[in-house]
Design a protein around this ligand. Structure first.
Ligand code: ADP
Ligand code: ADP
Length: 592
């Protein structure tokens, strides 16, 4: 066991508190220098003098301290450390020589750091945070391992790497046209733009592109670059199912002749994309340990069971389970919500949604490509967008989480919840007792909302939405910014909440594993005109029919993993793929 003391620098505000961490620390009160003021005026916590009592963790008004007793990996395996009380990373993923390797792990456990190091953008300090890293030391550190040759080539400037960054939304600040941005990668720009389906947007400025289009531009630039190693950080963010699969196919094509390392949280995509994978376990913002590489099937199965046998580490208390059969169709006799056909016309876009009904306790997914009107439909039901034809169901109360969350005031989640105390629809008990712990929000509830990470803000938004007692929850892309673990637990939480309260939910999402775990039925949205000017929504359908409608359009079939019953994308043209297409069973490969 090793003791790790972490100070979350951005949350620590030493001028705005009474230094409670130091004032209440038992060793300090005994005269020991366990917590002292460091060079930048913030506390430094001695890991050797700390007794692990956790008092500072509770007393800090900004939740800026973590103290962990951890079965840490061997200290000699530290590759990088951000300061004395900072995050530390153990080991590195091994870039493949040809083919695609994946990296799967919780947010805040060092994936982006690892990619930057392997790309040669950041020299790892091998734990010696006081001195700048040196490539010669790194080469020496990895002597006798597969990474030595990699860093030798990096040190000599002989390895050409390209890194697709995680945060593509920042690209919109660059004053460039899409073509100029992609062409900076290399001469293959025009072909790459064609491949990702962005050729018609070549002349647009980056600032005019949607999130999904920025992602496609970043991927096009990566594909256009001639490199030895391609590092791709979260290629699926902002993309719909159709584009996720398209990008996966392009990356697989790249991996046929090049080496690719990819970080991804959409498990169906991750499974399809890579051949081998490293899992990461650890504690967000504190430490991350990179596992040895595993073949893809066993990597994801291991991940779902929560136990890494090779290293005898349990990283989740319980396993994530799937079921092979579609959920039973809901009784239609006594629907909770019935909606009539709705239409909406904007300049240049028309949406028509057929009428349908939702049963008590039922969670219905909304799937389909971007730009087909999913958000518009949900906004009409939420009362945020008046329909051009038809009207939202009368008497149905709704609680709505929009697609894009913005923290406009510096209030914390606790302050937001307190402000709702007199709202009769807000169930404070449910919020505090069930939702905060289930979404792991307790330790961030006093942090100002604008200081939360994207994933934390998403979980906070979902908690506030589900805490209302209403007939219908409307959740627009709740899996965005979440890591795979958070997605799976949120899917189960939404389902459980809706069943327990005997209400209904509509959930727009693109992650197949998330939808599989959360939903009973599906509404399917599609383009109703080839030029994208008309959208159409239908359903709810059974999961089988909904998935068949969606996947037939994308031309992809799934089988079930025999061990975990999770869905797996079939290789195109494989026997199963051809056979399932013939039977028109794209998702459940045997009748239930
Ligand atoms: P991931 O990609 O898995 O979300 P990152 O590699 O971005 O993780 O970061 C891991 C942790 O390292 C973060 O939680 C943060 O606390 C810390 N960290 C990242 N970059 C820095 C930095 N430049 N300085 C100090 N700490 C950092
Ligand atoms: P999805 O959620 O399926 O991506 P949206 O409902 O967001 O689809 O958008 C569907 C279409 O409606 C898009 O072409 C979008 O540009 C258009 N649209 C959405 N809101 C507005 C609006 N307020 N004014 C004009 N056009 C809009």
């Amino acid at each position: 066991m090793a003791r790790i003391a972490i100070l979350l620098n951005d949350r620590c505000h030493p001028k705005e508190c009474q230094w409670e961490c130091q004032a209440y620390c038992p060793p300090v009160r005994m005269g020991q220098e366990c917590i002292v003021e460091g060079p930048i005026g913030k506390p430094v916590i001695s890991e050797t003098l700390c007794i692990g009592c956790g008092i500072c963790v509770h007393k800090c008004p900004f939740d800026a301290i973590k103290i962990l007793n951890t079965p840490e990996a061997d200290p000699s395996e530290v590759v990088h450390r951000y300061g004395y009380n900072g995050f530390r990373m153990y080991r590195l993923p091994i870039p493949p020589t040809g083919g695609i390797t994946g990296v799967l792990g919780p947010n805040g456990t060092g994936k982006s750091t690892a990619l930057r190091i392997l790309a040669g953008r950041e020299v790892p300090n091998l734990g010696d945070y006081a001195a700048p890293g040196e490539w010669s030391k790194v080469v020496e550190h990895f002597r006798g391992t597969a990474l030595r040759a990699h860093f030798e080539r990096i040190a000599k400037g002989q390895l050409r790497t390209v890194l697709k960054p995680q945060y593509v939304d920042h690209l919109s600040d660059e004053p460039l046209s899409t073509l100029d941005y992609v062409a900076a990668g290399g001469p293959g720009a025009a072909a790459a733009l064609e491949d990702v389906g962005l050729a018609s947007r070549s002349d647009r400025r980056l600032s005019e592109l949607s999130g999904g289009e920025l992602q496609l531009a970043a991927i096009a630039r990566t594909l256009a670059t001639d490199a030895d190693l391609y590092l791709v950080d979260e290629p699926s963010s902002y993309l719909d199912i159709v584009h996720r699969l398209k990008v996966a196919r392009l990356l697989r094509r790249l991996g046929a002749s090049k080496s690719v390392l990819v970080v991804e949280h959409d498990l169906a995509l991750f499974d399809y994309l890579a051949d081998t994978a490293h899992l990461i376990y650890g504690e967000p913002a504190a430490f991350g340990v990179i596992s040895h590489p595993l073949p893809m099937r066993s990597a994801i199965n291991t991940y779902l069971t929560g136990y890494l046998k090779d290293e005898n580490v349990r990283f989740r208390a319980d396993a994530i389970r799937f079921v092979a059969h579609p959920p039973k169709p809901a009784a239609r006799s006594n629907p909770l919500v019935e909606f009539a056909p709705l239409e909406k016309s904007f300049a240049g876009f028309h949406l028509a949604v057929g009428g349908g009904s939702l049963a008590r306790g039922q969670t219905v997914g909304i799937v389909g490509p971007n730009g087909t009107g999913k958000t518009t439909f949900v906004r009409m039901l939420a009362g945020a967008e008046p329909p051009t034809k038809g009207r939202p169901p009368p008497g149905v109360t709704v609680s709505y989480k929009p697609q894009y969350l913005k923290a406009s005031t510096p209030a914390s989640l606790r302050e937001r919840a307190n402000a709702l105390a007199n709202d009769p629809t807000f169930d404070a008990k449910l919020f505090e007792r069930d939702l905060l712990p289930a979404l792991h929000l307790e330790e961030v509830q006093d942090v100002a909302l604008p200081d939360l990470s994207g994933g934390e803000l998403q979980r906070a938004g979902v908690a506030l939405t589900l805490a209302r007692t209403v007939t219908l929850y409307l959740l627009d892309e709740p899996s965005a910014y979440l890591d795979a673990d958070e997605r799976m637990s949120m899917a189960r939480l939404i389902r459980r909440q809706v069943e327990r309260q005997a209400v209904s939910a509509l959930v727009v999402d693109h992650d197949v594993y998330f939808l599989d775990l959360a939903c009973d039925e599906l509404m399917v949205f599609a383009q109703d005109a080839p030029d994208g000017t008309r959208g159409r929504g239908d359903g709810p359908f059974s999961m089988r029919e909904g998935m068949n409608r969606l996947l037939a359009d994308v031309n992809i079939t799934f089988r079930r993993d025999p061990e975990t019953l999770r869905p797996r994308v079939n290789r195109e043209g494989s026997v199963l793929d051809r056979e399932q297409r013939g039977r028109r069973e794209y998702y459940y490969d045997a009748p239930a």
